[in-house]
Design a protein around this ligand. Structure first.
Ligand code: NDP
Ligand code: GDR
Length: 366
């Protein structure tokens, strides 16, 4: 019997957190995975390098240089790969950074989605290529309904969210106008040990682990009262794939249905590290003191406040459960534990380097 060709997926943002988890999921499912990576002056494929070392995956993973701001390269890659599925995960994904680079963020996060959808049309692949757009709970911004579901009105609060609003609607429009199987996954925050170090959860687990082993004195944060619905990236990429395996394309909210504050995240991470933290002050004056040493280990630096903040987000995942049978597997406690444990290993490794006379990298600008 002739072997059937593997399904082919094209991922933008393959070098990011979700890209790495999705890449692994698709390779495990037998896909041929093509990824678009940006040229960088330093290596930027650390999260996916391990797949090249796996003999069973190596042959089915292909990387192409490209950029979401460059439509000619996107058309060329889509034409070359003829993908069955495109997952548009690439983005300038940091909300605070989007206030500093609003135009770039609009170009990559908003128009980037259009460029890819148009590449599908230009290549005549409307009937073949399914499209996943990485939409976000940031669309709800100043929340109009609790919990947020797919019908909740949007009220974006940052250049990032406004750019993603455009990407959301252009995805809907290309589905309706050209019959492309295109879906938005409106994902609430999802984290992991692979999370970028400047997002709040990873910043917390990394810094507290380094404080625990004596490599850092204090963790500086912004709004400690912000509340988020935090899930695990590994669970969420499964849902991204599931959405493209349905009979009909539609948009879904992906969340856990539970919410915690930044302060509660810090508190739990401290407990897991055996640090007893005592809080004093409120708002910009809030401080976390290590009870054992009396030292301030968490403080607020207003530099991390945003011009417009999203105070609270809480998703309703019931539709994903009813229609797709999807439920997040990892609890909040398990997520925080996994991140803390991995960062403690990294901190101890750094501690050994320092003991051996090497410098350890502590950025105060994270
Ligand atoms: P990351 O920031 O970890 O990864 C972003 C990826 O996009 C990286 O691979 C990055 O490349 C790439 N990228 C950045 N700019 C460009 C560009 N101009 N052209 C091509 N690629 C580019 O994000 P996540 O993995 O956390 O998120 C994936 C997607 O999901 C993003 O679109 C994000 O906005 C969205 N999202 C994320 C959520 C979350 O909680 N994680 C929740 C909701 C939505 P490089 O490695 O070179 O920087
Ligand atoms: P978010 O994630 O903005 O929700 O966007 P982030 O982790 O950056 O912030 C979450 C909340 O924590 C508050 N906060 C801080 N944030 C950062 N980064 N650094 C700090 O020091 C700090 N102190 C407090 C923030 O103000 C905010 O309220 C993420 C990204 O992955 C987006 O791409 C994605 O779309 C959304 O999640 C859903």
């Amino acid at each position: 019997m002739a072997e059937t060709a593997p399904k082919r997926a094209l991922l933008t943002g393959i070098t990011g957190q979700d890209g790495a988890y999705l890449c692994e999921l698709l390779l495990t499912k037998g896909y041929e995975v093509h990824g678009i990576k940006r040229r960088s002056s330093q290596l930027n494929t650390q999260r996916i390098d391990k797949f090249y070392e796996e003999p069973q995956f190596r042959k089915r993973l292909v990387l192409h240089y490209g950029d979401l701001s460059d439509s000619t390269c996107l058309v060329r890659i889509v034409q070359l790969v003829q993908p069955d599925e495109i997952y548009n995960l690439g983005a300038q994904s940091h909300v605070a950074v989007s206030f500093e680079s609003p135009e770039y963020t609009a170009d990559v996060d908003g128009i980037g989605a259009l460029r890819l959808l148009d590449a599908i049309r230009i290549c005549g692949l409307e009937k073949k290529t399914k499209f996943y757009q990485a939409s976000t709970s940031e669309l709800y911004g100043k929340v109009q309904e609790v919990p947020q579901r797919i019908t909740t009105p949007f009220y974006p609060r940052s250049p990032y969210a406004v750019a993603k609003l455009y990407a959301f609607w252009i995805t809907v429009n290309y589905r309706e106008a050209y019959g492309i199987f295109a879906c938005n996954g409106v994902l609430f925050n999802h984290e992991s040990p692979l999370r970028g170090e400047t997002f709040v959860t990873r910043k917390i687990t990394r810094a507290l682990a380094r404080i625990k082993v004596g490599l850092q004195q204090c963790l500086y944060l912004g709004n400690l009262d912000a509340r988020r619905d935090w899930g695990h990236a590994r669970d969420y990429v499964e849902m991204q794939w599931l959405m493209l395996q349905q009979e009909e394309p539609r948009d879904y909210v992906i969340a856990t249905g539970n919410q915690y504050s930044v302060k509660e995240f810090v508190q739990l991470a401290c407990e897991m590290l055996g640090i007893t933290i005592e809080w004093t002050g409120e708002g910009a004056e809030a401080k976390g003191i290590d009870k054992a040493t009396g030292k301030v280990i968490v403080a607020v630096d207003p530099r991390y406040f945003r011009p417009t903040e999203v105070e609270t987000l809480l998703g309703d995942p019931s539709e994903a459960e009813e229609k797709l049978g999807w439920k997040p597997k990892t609890t909040f406690n398990e997520l925080v534990r996994e991140m803390v444990e991995e960062d403690l290993v990294l901190a101890r490794r750094d501690q050994h380097s320092v003991g051996g006379g090497f410098q350890s990298y502590t950025s105060t600008s994270l």
